[in-house]
Write a protein that binds this ligand. Structure first.
Ligand SMILES: [Zn+2]
Length: 396
């Protein structure tokens, strides 16, 4: 058991707030370097270049690639897993460039999530320098998803494997719009529903047509009706298209469907209900009963992250470092959805910013690149102390 004196020595060895403030210009320079390499998910060369810079940043970590994803490690029996991603939603020709205005820094990925990567880097650097017992006493696994914005089944698998048995799993999505940490996230599932009917001249042979749009419209209404705010489940048909000309019965139509839910049971029930609705077509041609055909494509999904004891324990440690942090349950899904069952998990540790995914508007509050690095530094240190003092952070 580590005595109070040792803890005291470890925490007061240096002026933490002063350190993070005085190193802020260097952190900002590094953020700018990351931001100026476009790493739109589909820009594979840019994503790779970004991985190289990140690998360079974390000198002293062993680097390996898992597919296009980057994994950096330092071995140790009590492991902490840190999660970020390499990609952004901004295409190379987007025109959104680095811009500093007062307390804000704007740029593609400054908040989501390159600022988070810089916070993680600065906190680890400080830990290695000022609390080497904690840095050396823990094993580190840093995971950088190359295609987070598109959703990556391969990364989900990798993250689950690496998180299993870890002491803590911390993700660096931004805190927003204030000093928040993410303790829960909705799950999300996406589907593409394709309808194939039979075309016919709308004037002379209408009865031979099986109208794919009419079929799709019926399904859309049923899917929309699954929304139940009391159950915490929503569906959104975000895209619908079909047909070619007004004087032909349309042969094909499709819709993109998004399902969100707060708890895993409603999430699974929602998926079952969507599949059931899309099992059978209802529209047939009048002349010979030719039926529409349905195809439902199931895309990669994120199970809900529900609030749990492991997350709460980590949040309390974080609040011990910064008493002003607030817990937040967020509507968007994230990679933590894949890992929270494997290890105590907390998200939103990146800098405070907002308007993620908005061209010209995404920003971080410059000072929070320092305050959030201090938060992570303190959290790493306290995870180390609790792991050393007792067994593990409480599991649910
Ligand atoms: Zn992100």
């Amino acid at each position: 058991v580590l005595g109070a004196e040792a803890v005291e020595a470890m925490t007061s060895r240096f002026d933490a707030a002063g350190y993070f403030q005085s190193t802020l210009p260097e952190s900002i320079d590094l953020l700018r370097r990351l931001v100026e390499v476009n790493s739109f998910t589909a820009n594979e060369a840019g994503v790779r270049r970004n991985a190289e810079i990140v690998e360079e940043m974390f000198e002293g970590f062993r680097a390996r690639r898992e597919g296009e994803h980057l994994v950096l490690t330092r071995p140790g029996s009590r492991r902490v897993v840190l999660i970020s991603h390499l990609d952004t939603v901004y295409a190379p020709d987007d025109g959104f460039a680095w811009r500093e205005e007062g307390p804000r820094i704007y740029g593609p990925g400054v908040a989501d999530i390159k600022g988070g990567t810089v916070v993680m880097w600065r906190a680890l650097l400080a830990l290695r320098q000022f609390a080497p017992d904690a840095f050396e006493g823990l094993g580190w696994t840093l995971l950088f998803n190359a295609s987070e914005e598109r959703g990556s089944a391969g990364f989900a698998e990798l993250a689950r494997r690496e998180a299993a048995g870890a002491e803590a799993c911390l993700a660096y999505e931004p805190g927003y719009p204030a000093n928040t940490l993410v303790v829960a996230r909705k799950g999300s599932a996406r589907f593409t529903l394709r309808v194939r009917g039979r075309s016919a001249h709308s004037g002379s042979r209408h009865e031979e047509g099986a109208n794919a749009i009419v079929e799709l419209a019926g399904k859309i209404l049923k899917i929309a009706a699954l929304t139940d705010y009391a159950r915490g489940i929503t569906t959104n048909v975000g895209v619908a298209r079909g047909g070619t000309v007004v004087n032909a019965v349309p042969e094909s139509a499709e819709a993109l469907i998004d399902l969100r839910a707060k708890d895993p049971d409603s999430f699974e029930a929602g998926k079952r209900e969507i599949r059931a609705i899309c099992r059978e077509a209802e529209v047939r041609s009048a002349s010979d009963g030719f039926p529409c055909a349905l195809e439902l494509e199931d895309h990669h999904d994120y199970t809900p992250m529900v609030r749990n004891a492991g997350t709460d324990a980590l949040f309390e440690l974080a609040r011990g470092v910064d008493p002003t942090v607030e817990p937040q349950e967020r509507g968007g899904s994230g990679d933590v959805c894949h890992v929270w069952r494997e290890a105590p998990t907390l998200d939103g540790l990146g800098p405070v910013g907002d308007d993620c995914h908005c061209t010209g508007r995404e920003y971080v509050l410059r000072d929070t690149l320092a305050s959030r690095a201090l938060l992570s530094y303190g959290l790493f240190r306290d995870v180390f102390l609790s792991v050393r003092n007792s067994s593990s952070l409480s599991r649910f």
